[in-house]
Design a protein around this ligand. Structure first.
Ligand code: NI
Length: 172
């Protein structure tokens, strides 16, 4: 396993559209292991392959970390099949948009299909935090960040704050 570098906004590679994985083989499982290692090292709950510069539709997630547990989940080629009409605001952050937290409106429940680590087709019914995380990660696969859901003003403020933090880091 190897830790990879997480790209941060406004890196143009974060806007890449992911391709579906043709075959879940050893290379993909190695990618998944690298992504999990990278996500845990960064204290994140989710990571899309696009965020490490690999334009494939692969997502890893571990929402049990919130309760101090470990339950790694893998979603390959995830597609939303159904989304509730009901929406709610969720406070979100992103490893590619460090130290910015904003409320985003999401569907409160979704149904999605995906391939698991063994390449088997699965369907997940998700609500609450899992539904929020899945929508956030699936957005990454089409080059969309959570700040793209914000008003133009809030989005430009977030990018400004991010740029300032980056410059300070370079000077330090
Ligand atoms: Ni993210």
């Amino acid at each position: 396993m190897a830790k990879r570098t997480i790209l941060t906004a406004p890196d143009p590679r974060l806007k890449a559209k992911g391709k579906d994985v043709d075959k879940v083989d050893g290379d993909i499982r190695r990618l998944i292991d690298d992504m999990l290692e990278t996500m845990y090292a960064a204290d994140g709950v989710g990571l899309a392959a696009v965020q490490i510069g690999v334009a494939l539709n692969v997502v890893v997630m571990d929402i049990a970390q919130k309760e101090g547990k470990n339950d790694p989940q893998v979603f390959i080629n995830p597609k939303i099949l159904w989304a509730s009409e009901e929406t709610a605001k969720f406070e979100e952050g992103c490893l590619s948009v460090p130290d910015i937290w904003e409320e985003v409106t999401r569907h409160t429940a979704i149904r999605a299909q995906y391939l698991d680590r063994d390449g088997n087709q699965q369907v997940v019914e998700a609500d609450g935090f899992l539904a929020d995380c899945l929508q956030h990660e699936i957005d990454h696969l089409s080059g969309k960040l959570f700040i793209d859901h914000l008003s133009r003003l809030k989005r430009s403020m977030a990018l400004k704050k991010l740029g300032k933090a980056k410059r300070q880091k370079e000077l330090a």
